[in-house]
Design a binder for this molecule. Sequence first.
Ligand SMILES: Nc1ncnc2c1ncn2[C@@H]1O[C@H](COP(=O)(O)OP(=O)(O)OP(=O)(O)O)[C@@H](O)[C@H]1O
Length: 261
Amino acid sequence: MTTTTPTAGAATGTTGGPAVALRDVSKRYAGERGVLALDGISLDAAPGEFVCLVGASGCGKSTLLNLVSGLDRPTSGTVTVQGDPAFMFQEHALFPWLSALDNVAMPLRLDGVGRRERTLRAREHLAAVHLEEFADRRPHELSGGMRQRVALARTLATKAPVLLMDEPFGALDAMTRDLLHDELESIWRERRLTVLFVTHNVREAVRLGDRVVLLTSRPGRVAAQYPVEIARPRRIEDPDVAALAGEITAELRQEVARHGR
Ligand SMILES: Nc1ncnc2c1ncn2[C@@H]1O[C@H](COP(=O)(O)OP(=O)(O)OP(=O)(O)O)[C@@H](O)[C@H]1O
């Protein structure tokens, strides 16, 4: 039986259960070849937990996030989320004709928040990502890193307790990515968000995650899970981060080799 059950409006942690729970979730895409993207995934994220997903290209990471977001439904199994999650992609998907402030205010506007209140709140979210001085700029007047910050601020404006991030920093240079790691980490802690973060970059996963989940090549299954017990604050170049990332990468390589991809 297929059910996707976002318990809309529930706050993180109020029911005492996991913030995100996947139970034996499979996804087969329709079409001639009927690709089986995910096969029997069971995975929880506790309220306030930062979970990173890594795996070979095409193993179903984006599919998994889409199922959690409710954009798509599993073929079988159940997906349960406490509250409506917010989604942030690699492509910032900002409205080009709107200022940074109006982009951030958009979810508030859609929620029916009045102009005065939403401007005030959007300014606070921009300040959280250190962009208060750029409130009036349009996306094309901002750098790639700044645009991703605006996208992050807009995601925060939704007040969603669960944040789904699909390679959000993949296109950024190392320095900008480092800064955004710091900002995301501090916002995550402050707001006690639950984060599901997809990345190709195993070091980034270890830098950010409380736990790293390694998926098998297609069809995606959980191959291994690594609790990250390295004290925060962490830096991506820390030897401990590099060591665990090395271990996970070795396993990932074997996984890719096993499937000849
Ligand atoms: N809408 C769709 N229709 C048919 N097949 C799809 C669809 N979306 C994804 N797929 C297939 O499902 C598999 C998993 O795709 P998905 O994008 O979830 O993988 P991924 O791990 O996020 O990939 P990458 O790391 O390259 O971004 C792939 O083989 C892909 O071609």
